[in-house]
Structures are given as C-alpha cells and as structure tokens.
Design a binder for this molecule. Structure first.
Ligand SMILES: [Zn+2]
Length: 470
C-alpha cells in the first residue's frame, strides 16, 4: 500500500520531492478506476495478468492426467515427472531474470507416502535488492482418493468396520496412476504462481525483496514438499516476509449451486495480532486500491474446517503465511477424476491472481516490517514517564524514510487510527492507555510504499503449578 499525498507532505517534505506522487488516476483491472495513491508500476503489473495464459497453463497441467506425487516419473506426457519438467521449462523460458531449480527431497516411506520416493518442488527465484523473501505458491501435485470399484470388498464382506473418513489416502488399493487431473486442486494455484513468475520477471521492476515462486509436491500426502522446504530455510536462517499460498482458487461455482466470482477468502493462523493476520489485513487494503472490484473476505482461522494447505508449513516454521481459497468450493470434484477444466472460471482465477500480484508487489517494494521487540522477544511498548501514556519504540527498518503508527480499541479486529511520523524510532502518545488499545507500526520507503504492520503483542503469561503443603 502507498502513503497518500495528504499524509506524506506534512512530515516528508524533503522526501516528497523525490517521490513520484501525486499519481495520475490509472485504470485498474476490468477497467475500474483505481485510487490515486496507487503506484502506476504496480497497476501496470496487475493489468498484465493474462486470463488466457492462466487458462492455457491450467489446461496443460490437467493434460498430464495425474500429477500424484507417487505417479509415474518416466513418461513424457503423463504423471508428475512430465509435469514438473514442463513447469521447470516454462519458468526457464519466461525470463533470464528467473533462477529456476528443482528442490529435491528423498523421502522414506511414511504416512501416506507408501514407498520411498523422490519429492520435487519446482522453484523460480527473482532476486531483489535484499535477501528477504516473498513467496507466491501453489501445489502442482494432485490426488484421486476415490475408491476403485470392488476395492476393500473382502473387509466389508467380513463385517469389518468401514474405513475412517480420513483413511482414503492411505488405502493400499489406491492407484497413484489413476486419473487425477487436479484442474482446480491445485492447478489453479500452480497456474497462478507460474503466471505471476512471468508477470513479475517481465515487469522490469527491481524489487527490494526477493520473489520466490514455488509449485509444491507432496501436499496431498501431508504438506510434505512445503514442510521440507520451509524447515530447511529456517535452518539456513532465511528471512521470509510473506507467503501467499493459493489452493483451490479457480472456480466461482460452488457444489451447492451458489455462484460468487466477486470475492475470495483468506485464511490466516492467529492469534489476532500474529504476523499472518497482519499479512491478511495488508492484502485486503492493497486489493482495495488495485483490484477494487474484488472483495477480500478475511477468515480468522488457519484454514477451512478440518482441512489444510502448504501455508501451515510456513507458519510452523515461524514464517508469516496466508492461504487464498475460492468463495464457494465444490467438494465433490476435489480429489477425484472430476476435477476437470469444465469446472473452472478463468475470469475469476485472473481476478484472484491480480490480488496476489498487487499485494506481493507492494510488500516487495516496501521496506521490511519493523521489529517491535527486544532481541529477547519482549515488546518495546511502555507507559512512559507519566505511567499513563503509550510509549512506543521500534527497530529501524532498512530503507525506511518514515513510519506509520497504528492503534485500535482492544476489542476491534482492524486498525482504527494512524499517525505518520518521520524517520524516528520512538513515539509517545499522551494519555493513550496501552491497556485499552493495540498498537502497531509500519515502515514507509522513499517512494511511499508501506510495509506490513508489526503489532505489539503482550507476552503470554506462563503459569506455575500451585505448590500445596504436603
Ligand atoms: Zn489442494
């Protein structure tokens, strides 16, 4: 998101001369007028998302028949091996700016992985000025967990208990080479990821953050590809600013017959002021600027009820992550031979792709979110000398020329007030009680881009067991 001129001028006179504000009002996606505080470079990037290319990519992906992690890897036309080689080649063809690689992991037999197998994520990196990473991801593997005709007949005839609902993916009769086109789950997220690799690389913009585009494998066996990647990244002390994960984002028609092509859901793991929730709020604001015709529905939960996706591999490693989900799903098509192109709405997928584009570009052009804790993890928020003020401190953010402090009533779930301050790292708000309000701070770069907001979070109290006299 960008700082408006109105707020920028009082505090940033010297900076404003180098900024490109005010911007002419530009046309956004679908011909709608975007707000004047938008960056025309991002508007252009968003406008260059191609519905036709998304459709062509999803069509090719579905054409591999199955992309099951345990399917054939030798064929040049069918199975996950052919699919990942095609994705790799597509990334490579897009732009010499993309650094393309296979992220390989040799897996032992475990859980739904019924034999040793080489799991391969396909990665395209667009290097930025800094090493901090912004991920856009979707999984390219698929699954068909439908029960083959006649399977398990012996057990049923013998009166054994039917398999538990969670059991289909470990059923020994599962055929990993059966049709599992996965047009929507998650051909939609994989196509979105590939389209944005193209759009970002071709934009010519040099981003501050490094963009990382990944199509995961092993999602259907338990988020294995993303978990292997995120765990290794954490061990290597990698810095992740955001993971935009997309899983089932390509159909506007729900299985209940309800059509909604105008909104998308974002799920994010709490608590309320977790970096994940902060990222979700950020996307909603940026989408309002660049894709105002699309409604962002924030969901204060990790994912749909009892279900998951690869963003959880990132949050499990303390990297901020969210997942996009289409407004109304058709559960009947998922994990079946029926997850076909005919169930897709590519206009809708393009809109969801534009939202990802706007948010990822904004994060990647802004400075990193400021750190609002001590090195020991305590929030740098106090009551000031009077004991009744809000005294905020934060660490300087590389590239920041100003900061914006936010606060809200403690029962509210989104920011209500903000104040832009100069290139300082403290602020005293007289008579604003830190017991009554939640506070956060964002960094603003020289060209007006604003970071994700870092919230001051009260530490969780650790309780000791009561010692009773014996
Ligand atoms: Zn999925």
């Amino acid at each position: 998101m960008r700082l408006t001129r109105r707020l920028l001028l009082p505090v940033l006179l010297s900076v404003a001369t180098t900024a490109t504000l005010p911007f002419p009002v530009a046309l956004g996606a679908q011909g709608t007028t975007i707000r004047p505080d938008a960056d025309p470079r991002i508007a252009q990037l968003v406008a260059s998302v191609s519905q036709a290319r998304l459709q062509a990519t999803a069509t090719t992906l579905a054409g591999f028949g199955t992309r099951s992690t345990l399917s054939d890897t030798v064929s040049t036309t069918r199975g996950i091996g052919a699919a990942r080689r095609w994705i790799y080649n597509e990334f490579t063809r897009m732009s010499p700016r993309l650094q393309v690689s296979y992220d390989r992991h040799m897996l032992a037999q475990q859980g739904r992985i019924s034999r040793e197998v080489e799991l391969v994520n396909v990665v395209a990196v667009l290097p930025g000025k800094s090493a901090r990473r912004v991920y856009i991801t979707g999984h390219y593997d698929t699954v068909n967990s439908r029960r083959p005709v006649g399977a398990d007949a012996t057990a049923t005839a013998a009166g054994a208990a039917p398999a538990a609902p969670s059991a289909p993916l470990v059923r020994p009769t599962i055929d990993h080479n059966a049709d599992a086109p996965g047009a929507n789950d998650d051909g939609s997220g994989a196509a979105l990821t590939m389209e944005l690799a193209r759009v970002f690389a071709e934009s010519g913009i040099v981003f501050d953050a490094t963009l990382v585009f990944v199509t995961w494998a092993g999602e259907e066996q338990g988020l294995i590809g993303s978990m292997a990647h995120a765990t290794a990244l954490r061990t290597a002390k990698g810095v992740v600013e955001a993971n935009f994960n997309n899983d089932i984002v390509g159909s506007s028609l729900g299985g209940n017959g309800i059509i909604d092509g105008e909104s998308v859901k974002i799920y994010s793991l709490g608590p309320e002021d977790s970096p994940n929730r902060s990222l979700a709020r950020y996307v909603q604001r940026v989408a309002g600027t660049y894709v105002p015709s699309h409604t962002i529905r924030l969901m204060a939960r990790e994912d749909r009820f009892g279900r998951g996706s690869d963003h959880s591999s990132f949050t499990a490693n303390d990297f901020p992550a969210i997942v996009f989900r289409e407004a109304n799903e058709n559960y009947e098509r998922q994990h079946s031979p029926d997850d076909k192109l005919e169930g897709m709405d590519f206009r809708y997928l393009a809109q969801n792709t534009r939202v990802n584009a706007a948010a990822a570009a904004s994060v990647a052009l802004a400075p990193p979110a400021p750190r609002v804790t001590t090195s020991g993890g305590s929030p740098t928020l106090g009551r000031g000398a009077s004991g009744y003020d809000a005294s905020l401190q934060w660490q300087p953010s590389a590239g920041a020329v100003a900061y914006r402090v936010y606060w809200r009533d403690a029962w509210s779930n989104d920011w209500q007030k903000s104040q832009v301050v100069g290139n300082v790292t403290t602020l005293l708000l007289p008579n604003v009680s830190i017991d009554d309000y939640v506070f956060g701070v964002a960094a603003i770069g020289a060209d007006g881009h604003e970071s994700i907001i870092s919230a001051y979070v009260s530490p969780t109290r650790t309780m000791s067991p009561v010692q009773l006299r014996k």
